[in-house]
Design a protein around this ligand. Structure first.
Ligand code: MTE
Ligand code: MO
Length: 320
């Protein structure tokens, strides 16, 4: 047995076609349409994993005109190394993540350090939907409707001290729930960070859902960060801690290889990764896989109007 607390997978006891249809099955079950004939794998835990509908309205100001990536791809082609390094691993393995109860502890250089549970977090501001382009450092991209609100709403509540220059985001790292944490590919817990002005930029989204529903576990349930003008790895999933610091935080990826993964990691077609070009990208989900035509990557992933000012005068080749 590979994992502790492994729950029974629907694939263990149901035909493949049913497994593939699990999402709609779970929904039907939650809606009560199965009556008393629930399959044995509809444990409380399975139902807790069921995406719940969110009450969100599209915010047109922050919405890409690009065609939205089908839900199927956004939820089965993932990077979430805590659940394995293969793109299919998170969707297959993340069911062991316990998302209820959940809280984020807010620490460091703030006037009001506090631990906020999900109810308290959700009360901070009304949720809205924003369609963001997401660009992975590996050269693929997606267009995802995220549901949440600007991280600034939370930051304002805790009143950072004048000495706070950076914000660090720390993901859960629990070997019992996350099989990938047993490997030492990166230094756990997964840690990311932003400069204070980046964290306060209205684009930076404290994210609770996608496609109008709560986040699937493989996408970082129950709460994550989304920073659309930076490479995807800056958007830390399943966060449990936010820390305000004076020094630039040491992030997991820059510790893994500082030359390949800088702190800023702004999407920049003119600054190549040491091992590959960043000039173009492939949109996931058009059915053509690696044969999909490449499209040009845009400076700041197309968000230059909103973010370029924060980097005025900075050498972006040096501060990559
Ligand atoms: N905790 C944690 N957060 C993470 C990662 C990870 O491995 N662990 N992968 C990052 C990378 S490389 C990408 S591209 C995005 C992918 O987010 P998505 O699967 O929701 O599209 O999550 C980021 N956040
Ligand atoms: Mo990524």
């Amino acid at each position: 047995m590979r994992f502790i607390d492994r729950t029974i997978l629907p694939s263990d006891i149901t035909p493949q076609a049913v497994f593939e249809n699990r999402r709609s099955l779970i929904k039907a079950a939650a809606a009560g349409s199965f009556g008393r004939a629930l399959a044995p794998w509809f444990s409380r835990e399975a139902l807790a994993a069921n995406p719940e509908k969110l009450n969100v309205q599209l915010n047109a100001t922050y919405s890409a005109a690009d065609e939205t990536t089908p839900y199927k791809y956004a939820t089965t082609y993932n990077n979430f190394y805590e659940f394995g390094t293969d793109k299919a691993d998170p969707a297959a393995n993340a069911h062991t993540l316990q998302i209820k109860p959940w809280s984020i502890s807010i620490e460091g250089l703030v006037k009001k350090p506090v631990t906020l549970d999900m109810d308290a977090l959700l009360k901070l501001a009304p949720m809205e939907e924003r369609i963001y382009r997401m660009r992975c450092v590996e050269g693929w991209s997606m267009v995802i409707p995220w549901d949440g609100f600007s991280l600034s709403k939370l930051i304002n509540k805790v009143e950072p001290l004048g000495s706070a220059k950076f914000v660090e985001f720390i993901s859960l790292a629990d070997r019992k729930q996350m099989p990938g944490v047993k490997s030492n590919i990166i230094d756990w817990p997964y840690r990311e960070g932003l400069r204070m002005d980046e964290a306060m930029n209205p684009l930076t989204l404290l994210t609770f859902g996608m496609y109008g529903e709560t986040l699937p576990k493989q996408n970082g349930a129950p709460v994550r960060i989304v920073v659309p003008w930076k490479y995807g790895f800056k958007s830390a999933k399943s966060i449990v801690k936010i820390r305000f610091t004076e020094e630039m935080p040491k992030t997991s990826w820059s510790q893994f290889d500082a030359r390949e993964y800088g702190f800023y990691s702004n999407v920049n077609p003119q600054v190549d990764h040491p091992r590959w070009s960043q000039a173009s990208e492939r949109r996931i989900g058009d059915g053509k896989g690696v044969f999909a035509p490449k499209i040009k990557t845009q400076m700041f992933n197309g968000y230059a109007d909103q973010v370029a000012g924060m980097y005025a005068g900075m050498d972006l080749k040096k501060y990559y």
